[in-house]
Design a protein around this ligand. Structure first.
Ligand code: FES
Length: 204
């Protein structure tokens, strides 16, 4: 049985002390929860900054998958599209276009890495260059390196100059909405099999 008084001045003091203690406990709990929430926010913020700094959350651009919308994809036989984000030329070969060695290309999309396999200059598309100067009269429009004149067909096939191989390529995947994804994290050498014209992906 408890000896605690239930009425009178002493009982009032005990009740007051009990309420003060309860308030202290509530305040301590509140401070603990606040400190924990603050720490969580701090750690979360640090983690987000870390991921953003090292671009780990959703890497984009060169070295990652690059999506190209349908509006940026040239039609068959159209002018190659320069993609600065992924550092490639997107070409849409019309049938055997660019298959200057007759390997049996049937057309489609190719993503050509724009770095020249010779010494690394950026290779531009030259729409007015006549292939007569490189043994392919009648074909106008070539990739031609400004540094040492290595010349490549629209499929990136080397026909002239000091470059040791054709232009390198990236894998292309066609998405359901008509866009494409170019995987710039994996470069396929222009010297690898199959040759460039046979790497083209059908696109309609
Ligand atoms: S760097 Fe392109 S031909 Fe030399």
């Amino acid at each position: 049985m408890s000896n605690r008084p239930t009425s009178g001045p002493r009982a009032g003091r005990i009740e007051q002390a009990r309420q003060q203690e309860a308030r202290k406990v509530a305040r301590r709990s509140f401070l603990r929860v606040s400190a924990f929430a603050g720490l969580t926010l701090f750690v979360g913020g640090m983690l987000a900054s870390f991921l953003a700094f090292f671009n780990l959350r959703s890497p984009t651009g060169f070295g990652a998958p690059v999506t190209v919308g349908p509006g940026e994809i040239p039609g068959p036989g159209g002018t190659p599209e320069r993609n600065s984000e992924g550092r490639f030329w997107l070409v849409n070969l019309d049938g055997g276009e660019g298959d200057v060695q007759g390997v049996g290309g049937t057309g489609g999309l190719l993503a050509l890495y724009w770095v020249c396999p010779h010494l690394g200059c950026t290779v531009p598309w030259n729409p007015a260059f006549d292939g007569g100067a490189v043994g392919h009269a009648g074909i106008v429009g070539w990739f031609r390196c400004p540094c040492h004149a290595s010349t490549y067909s629209k499929a990136g096939v080397r026909v002239f100059g000091p470059a040791p191989r054709s232009m390198d390529t990236f894998d292309v995947e066609v998405n359901a909405d008509g866009s494409i994804t170019v995987n710039t994290s994996a470069i396929t050498s222009g010297a690898a099999d199959p040759p460039n014209p046979l790497r083209a992906i059908p696109y309609s």
